[in-house]
Design a protein around this ligand. Structure first.
Ligand code: ATP
Length: 516
């Protein structure tokens, strides 16, 4: 399947079946904010629960926390967010759209005008092709691109440069900037939306959202909505240490909402302004930091695999030295091949002792750890696996989407891992007008629902009911028919294989529990 097409299909399914809606849709929508519908909230909650279970309950060395979204403003001074949490952006002088300076070429690559240009370049072309494109489709797709506004002049600069470079293969960025060469031949980055020349320098804008605490506007205290959950963990380090008597190494984990005034929000729930994170701060002795950094990269990578994410679409990306924060000893992203390309799902950082030291400096409190045996005092080092719950949900949604041709018609099936599937079992009566069948189906459903998420549906013929459940990833369908009333058996249909088995009603609960 052509992947941009996949993204559209998943977005449409999400709305149609109640996974994800645009926020405040009846008022025209709020950009960069999404609401999770009845199925989406189950999926996302299952993801968070799977994380909590694997990262906290199944380990001996990590405890949970739930800190407030609002925190003292000094927290953000100490962490550096108040002064430097910004993404430089540029504003298009023609269409007024904003773009992140570091992401602008990525945006161009997926823009309609560049996609159209690239598509027509797939076939061998003569030298006049760019001119024809500029005078044809370019006019409506990128009306402000230099090549389109002034085709002959810009083209002559491109041709001159081409000669100067003797036809050497150009880097993507160089080629794109040449399309934006002005009337003096100076290359500019074109706007991904309209093609106009963008400024070379970006403007820094803080990404934190502000609000105020207190009833009277003038005296209210200005506070931020947290842009990450991590700082709530650092400021509670001694609280957790004193109340749990933990010894190094140990971790503190939390999930929760974070807010960022992102310059551009794109790709559905991948980048939004309100989102949820799943973060761990793992404290250890300095000399053990590298070992735990490597271990956490493996642990987090394997966690995604354990929930069925396609291994071929998952990879590590180690940050180059110039990408690292000045205090960090290393950072590795776990990336997933989304329909719009490889993108970060989670980052694992080896943060040294920066955060605790900063909070100690700004609060004046001693945040060191004292070794209970040697009494030695020091700042632990920290490994931070920091994942996005919404990005995770999107990865599992696109990974689960399958289309299969069955008896000449297309079956859409979401092959979620049973742990993640929003509905585990659907109980379906074969004949909704047969009182005996309906009564038995409802009885089975009410028994199962005590500890299995299940639904009852009799609103269509059985074939249609199966398709509807496949489309939302329901793991099993249990069908009650006339024979069930005689032999006490029901048909269990498996989502992925569509195989059907007869199972006795008595054994049904245990049968399903063993497979979910
Ligand atoms: P990016 O480079 O994509 O902006 P980041 O490196 O700034 O991400 P971190 O600050 O490391 O992200 O945040 C940790 C995790 O939180 C990310 O890996 C991602 O899963 C999630 N996350 C960050 N920003 C957003 C957002 N705007 N929308 C959804 N999830 C986000």
């Amino acid at each position: 399947m052509h992947t941009p097409d996949l993204m559209e299909k998943v977005i449409s399914l999400c709305k149609r079946r109640g996974f994800v809606f645009q926020s405040s849709e009846i008022y025209g929508g709020l950009n960069g904010v999404f609401d999770y519908g009845p199925l989406g909230v189950e999926l996302k909650r299952n993801l968070k629960n799977a994380w909590w279970q694997a990262m906290i309950h199944h380990r001996d060395d990590v405890v949970g926390l739930d800190s407030g979204i609002l925190m003292h403003s000094m927290v953000w001074k100490a962490s550096g967010h108040a002064d430097s949490f910004s993404d430089p952006f540029v504003k298009c002088p023609a269409c007024s759209r904003h773009f992140r300076l570091d992401k602008v070429f990525e945006e161009i690559q997926t823009s309609p005008w560049f996609q159209a240009l690239a598509k027509s370049m797939e076939k061998p072309q003569d030298a006049g092709f760019l001119l024809r494109w500029a005078k044809g489709p370019g006019k409506s797709l990128a009306p402000n691109l230099s090549l389109v506004k002034d085709p002959e002049v810009t083209f002559s600069y491109i041709a001159d440069l081409h000669l100067a470079f003797k036809g050497a293969t150009l880097k993507f960025e160089d080629f794109v900037r040449r399309l934006g060469s002005d009337d003096r031949g100076i290359a500019h980055t074109p706007c991904p939306n309209c093609g106009a020349s963008l400024p070379d320098e970006g403007v820094a804008a803080n990404l934190m959202l502000k609000t105020s605490l207190g009833p009277v506007e003038e005296t209210a205290e200005k506070v931020y909505l947290r842009p990450e959950t991590a700082q709530g963990i650092f400021v509670n380090f001694t609280n957790v240490l004193d109340s749990t008597h933990r010894k190094l190494p140990f971790g503190i984990a939390q999930t929760g909402k974070s807010f960022r005034n992102e310059v551009t929000t794109k790709n559905f729930i991948f980048r939004s302004r309100e989102f949820e994170q799943m973060e761990i701060e793992y404290f250890c002795r300095p000399e053990q930091a590298e070992k735990f950094y490597q271990e956490w990269i493996e642990t987090r990578f394997n966690w995604y695999l354990s929930l069925g994410l396609n291994q071929e679409k998952l990879r590590h990306r180690m940050h180059a030295n110039d990408e690292l924060a000045h205090y960090a000893a290393g950072c590795t992203d776990i990336e997933y091949l989304f329909p719009f390309g490889w993108s970060e799902l989670e980052g694992i950082a080896n943060r040294g002792d920066y955060d605790l030291k900063q909070h100690a400096k700004f609060s004046g409190k001693d945040l060191q750890y004292q070794d209970p045996v040697t009494n030695e005092k020091f700042y632990p080092h920290v490994i931070e696996p920091s994942g996005g719950c919404d990005r995770g949900t999107l990865a599992f949604l696109v990974d689960a989407y399958h289309e299969e041709v069955v008896k000449d018609s297309t079956r859409v099936v979401m092959k979620f891992h049973p742990k993640l599937a929003p509905i585990k079992v659907a109980v379906l009566p074969l004949l909704k007008k047969n009182d005996g069948i309906v009564a038995l189906a409802k009885k089975i459903k009410s028994e199962l629902q005590k500890d299995i998420v299940c639904v009852y549906d009799d609103s269509a013929a059985i074939g249609k009911l199966y398709r509807r459940q496949d489309e939302v990833g329901t793991v099993f369908c249990v069908t009650v028919d006339v024979q069930s009333l005689e032999d006490g058996q029901v048909t269990v249909r498996h989502r992925d294989t569509m195989l059907q088995e007869r199972i006795s009603v008595e054994r049904l609960h245990q049968y399903l529990k063993e497979r979910l």
